[in-house]
Design a binder for this molecule. Structure first.
Ligand code: GLN
Length: 505
């Protein structure tokens, strides 16, 4: 196949093409590597890739295919970009931080072990906000990634490198992680499809911890079905992560395919949270989301207004709990066990202080300080304990809408704006945090959610539709998202090569 055709292949397309003998994993991987060489200097989507490493994995996959392994390996030979938060044995894993520069993963995260067992090729490391703290990749020690639709804008974050890589055809799919929106918001900003699974659905063993009661790993791809293919491989209980649950997985790929084939939402009840259609949302985003509501009605869905009354407290609650957990999780980076170490320290305390003050960036320090403060004696009850109570109220909002209100999914915007300009929010952290208004509550409640493309602004920026499902309701969510996607063509648009070529400021 021609290189320009190879880079366009999605996960399912690539599997079909390899099965038919039209291409090999080696040929596909080589085409993607060439694309990475051309675009990495402009997009900075990746933190690391190595042609030899990737091609060796691809050749091994081709050899397995030749010996008939394709039947039992659902992603055999498919290249996948991995967020730089997940350990891939033998590859660097730095969480976008200087403090982990030089650290090579000694083991595979469970999701990686599962991808490997399914035959996938871990083709590159994708850029992320430092320790996944941010919404733009601008806190990365490698510098920001650029949005392939407009390189003067952010790709979103924290899984912005993963989203930019998938949108720019550097990989057919990627893994991201989502603590407060980090899969869905970059998927929305880059015009791709992202799934944040239910808390407990996907193992976090080997995923660098940010806020352990919120973190979830999930797939990013160009279609719902491709996201489902990756999700089906990584999901499921894991003895290494006690928070995972043994709920039946169902048939995610079948659900996505069924939804796409039916192009129907008959019998589906969609809740429209009043609070998600508030005046603070960019008018273009709001009108695209409203058009998507109309499309869902046309496909036969019943829509009902619902209320998630504690929405407005989500940001405050999240920005207490997430930093509190982060301050504990990041205590392990002290210059002794991992990565970088201050060389000139006189004693142990100085070693800790110097390693941490040099190794962490400003946003990570802000969160560690904030988290330490809210957990401090005298403040714990006023902040942390109270935020935990608010979290329960947020969770009940969702339970009331799903179980109480009989909704199959909830629908709204992913983010209040399309991709913003590089540098626009870096001076004002609160501005950055407010962009998480629609996504953080989903993590606080632990339910599952997706972003699927639902249109473009007049300036040509993609906008994502937020679909939220109940805990362990991924199959229904995938089927609804796929039915919508099959009846629209927003996901088929690709970033213009001209914008990728534009010289970057
Ligand atoms: N933007 C949010 C934050 O900065 C969410 C990040 C995430 O989901 N990892 O914390």
């Amino acid at each position: 196949m021609r290189k320009d055709e190879l880079i366009e292949l999605g996960v399912g397309d690539a599997l079909d093409a390899m099965a038919a003998g039209r291409t090999s994993s080696e040929e596909l991987t080589a085409a993607l590597l060439e694309r990475m060489d051309a675009l990495q200097p402009r997009l900075n989507a990746l933190t690391w890739y190595d042609a030899e490493d990737a091609l060796a994995q691809a050749r091994a996959a081709d050899a397995e295919r030749a010996s008939g392994a394709a039947e039992t390996k659902p992603l055999l030979g498919v290249p996948i970009a991995i967020k730089d938060l997940l350990n891939v044995r033998g590859q660097p894993c730095t969480a976008g931080s200087n403090i982990l520069k030089g650290y090579t993963a000694p083991y595979d995260a469970t999701v990686i072990a599962r991808l490997r067992a399914a035959g996938a090729v871990m083709v590159s490391r994708a850029n992320t906000d430092e320790f996944a703290m941010g919404g733009s990749t601008e806190t990365s020690a490698y510098g920001p990634s650029k949005n392939p639709w407009d390189p003067t804008r952010v790709p979103g974050g924290s899984s912005g490198g993963s989203a930019a890589a998938v949108a720019a055809r550097l990989a057919p799919a990627a893994l991201g992680s989502d603590t407060g929106g980090s899969i869905r918001q970059p998927a929305s900003f880059c015009g791709i499809t992202g799934l944040k699974p239910t808390y407990g659905r996907v193992s976090r063993y080997g995923c660098t911890a940010f806020a352990s009661s919120l973190d979830q790993v999930g797939p990013m791809a160009r279609t719902v079905e491709d996201a489902a293919r990756v999700y089906a491989v990584i999901a499921g209980a894991d003895p290494h992560d006690a928070t995972t649950r043994a709920e039946p997985l169902g048939d995610p790929v079948g659900a996505a395919r069924g939804g796409a084939e039916s192009r129907s939402l008959k019998g589906v009840r969609i809740g429209l949270p009043r609070e998600y259609f508030s005046s603070g949302t960019d008018p273009e985003v709001e009108s695209l989301v409203r058009a998507a509501v109309e499309e869902c009605r046309r496909l036969g869905a019943e829509t009902v207004e619902v209320s998630l009354p504690h929405t407005q407290y989500g940001i405050a609650c999240y920005y207490i709990l997430a930093p509190a957990e982060a301050s504990a999780n990041l205590a392990r980076y002290e210059g002794v066990r991992y990565g970088a170490r201050a060389r000139d320290a006189e004693d142990l305390l100085a070693l800790y202080e110097q390693t941490r003050s040099r190794g962490f960036g400003a946003e990570v320090k802000r969160r560690v300080i904030l988290g330490t403060y809210v957990l401090g004696s005298g403040f714990y009850d006023a902040y942390y304990a109270r935020a935990q109570k608010v979290r329960t109220l947020v969770r009940r909002d969702f339970e009331a809408a799903f179980a109480g209100g009989g909704c199959d999914v909830l629908l709204g915007p992913v983010a209040p704006t399309p991709a913003f300009r590089l540098g626009e929010r870096t001076a004002d952290p609160l501005q950055m945090y407010l962009g998480d208004i629609f996504t953080v509550n989903v993590n606080l409640a632990g339910v599952c959610a997706m972003s699927v493309p639902c249109g473009f602004t007049a300036a040509g920026l993609p906008v994502g539709l937020h679909l939220v499902g109940p805990a362990f309701g991924e199959d229904r969510l995938l089927s609804v998202a796929a039915a919508y996607q099959a009846s629209t063509d927003w996901h088929l648009r690709r970033p213009p090569e001209a914008s990728l070529d534009r010289s970057i400021v």
